[in-house]
Design a protein around this ligand. Structure first.
Ligand code: GDP
Ligand code: ZN
Length: 390
């Protein structure tokens, strides 16, 4: 049912706020103290391009999820420039300082620190780098000296390790269409969970709003506005909401996610002509006879900000998220979870489940609960990873 017209309503803009999620860490298992297989594998991984990285591990080791923080002692030097890694090409990071893009190595950092990740520097990293001059005095290339701590991250499992594909992503624009294809609440919920898991702010966008003749798509969107998410109504055809989308993208690093056909390319083109042509463009180059693939990365928006353009992120991998954390990623479940009879309640079949009671009493939307059950019951990787969800 569409809500009554006479009820005064705030605009989604005023109501939109950042939804933060808190993990209930007391439920998670403590990390294993020693894992010799893993240690052995990691030391193999340290061999990057023939250089063995110096082992400076402090006791306690590093956890899988640890954020890379590399700080050289001279990182405060004034001759260091700041930039954002916009693409990776083999071992080279392409760093955009806002004026141009420099090809940088991070090899010195690799030699002086043990970095327990396959990619100590990745797309989206905010780095400080030093320019190396050629004999003629022209800027030749850069050397990355420091990498800032990462915020929002798109991750995936590489074997048993968590890999960051893109760092410092502020927000995910989760796009559905009012029709052709019809919006699917469970897909929206899945993307929201994945965004929260990466500490990325989800923004729920309903495109093709011109096709929403019965208002049912707007109604679905209202569900998310009521949960506190920022929502957008757009039409790449009529131009409705495109100015607002532009203001949402401005100054942020955003990933645009959604099923194919919902109009992501059309929206991006409406925001900045030609943008969608770049998105999805993977360039292959040959360096010294070797074939290296440039991992497309961030595209700078002419009005400020970046759009993430990385293959392999469209499925929003959830395999890095432990199942028992899902309850915390459905924001409206959180107040009820503490009242479940069993501390380890999965909210699927238990008696005395406060979440299921809230569904019964209408305080949790039944489709949101269905999404939770569906996600919870998904086979864990590797089976479902192969299936992929777009
Ligand atoms: P993508 O796969 O998500 O990038 O979707 P596209 O941008 O390729 O759009 C898929 C189809 O939807 C195209 O035929 C577009 O012309 C159409 N389309 C995109 N946005 C809108 C919209 O706002 N309204 C309508 N009616 N059609 C749209
Ligand atoms: Zn429960």
């Amino acid at each position: 049912m569409v809500e009554s017209e006479d009820k005064p309503k705030e605009s989604p803009d005023q109501r939109g706020r950042k939804v933060r999620v808190a993990f209930r860490r007391n439920r998670s298992k403590p990390p294993r103290v020693t894992d010799h297989t893993r240690q052995a594998r990691e030391s193999e991984d340290n061999e990057i391009d023939g250089d063995r990285v110096e082992n400076v591990t402090a006791k306690g080791g590093l956890s899988r999820r640890r954020t890379v923080i590399i700080r050289d002692d001279d990182a405060g030097d004034t001759d260091l420039r700041r930039g954002t890694v916009v693409a990776m090409r083999g071992l080279f990071a392409e760093v955009d300082d806002g004026f141009r893009v420099y090809s940088c190595t991070a090899r010195r950092v690799l030699r002086t620190r043990l970095i327990k990740e396959r990619h100590p520097v990745t797309i989206g990293d905010h780095v400080r780098f030093r320019l190396e001059m050629s004999a003629a005095g022209a800027a030749k290339e850069g050397v990355i000296e420091a990498v800032d701590p990462r915020r929002g991250q798109l991750r995936r499992l590489a074997g048993r390790r968590v890999q960051t594909i893109v760092a410092n992503v502020d927000q995910a624009i989760i796009v559905s269409a009012a029709g052709e294809p019809a919006p699917k609440a469970h897909l929206i919920d899945r993307y929201i969970v994945a965004a929260h898991a990466g500490d990325i702010t989800p923004i729920v966008c309903m495109n093709k709003i011109d096709l929403d003749r019965d208002g049912s798509a707007a109604e679905m969107l209202e569900r998310y506005a009521d949960l506190g998410y920022r929502v957008l109504r757009t039409s790449a055809v009529s131009g409705a909401g495109i100015e607002e989308l532009r203001s949402v993208l401005k100054g942020n690093s955003s990933v645009v996610a959604g099923q194919s056909g919902v109009g992501k390319s059309s929206m991006l083109n409406a925001v900045q002509p030609g943008l969608a042509l770049k998105v999805g463009d993977v360039v292959e180059r040959t360096t010294k006879g070797r074939h290296t693939t440039t991992t497309a990365g961030l595209i700078r928006l002419e009005f400020g900000g970046f759009v993430v353009d990385t293959p392999g992120i469209k499925s929003f991998d959830l395999s890095t998220v432990p199942r028992n954390e899902y309850e915390a990623l459905f924001v409206e479940f959180v107040p009820f979870v503490a009242d479940c009879k069993f501390a380890d309640c999965t909210h699927i079949h238990e008696t005395g489940c406060a979440v299921m009671e809230a569904v019964e009493s209408g305080r949790i939307h039944p489709e949101r609960y269905e999404s939770y059950v569906r996600l919870f019951q998904e086979p864990t990787e590797p089976q479902w990873k192969r299936r992929g969800v777009e």
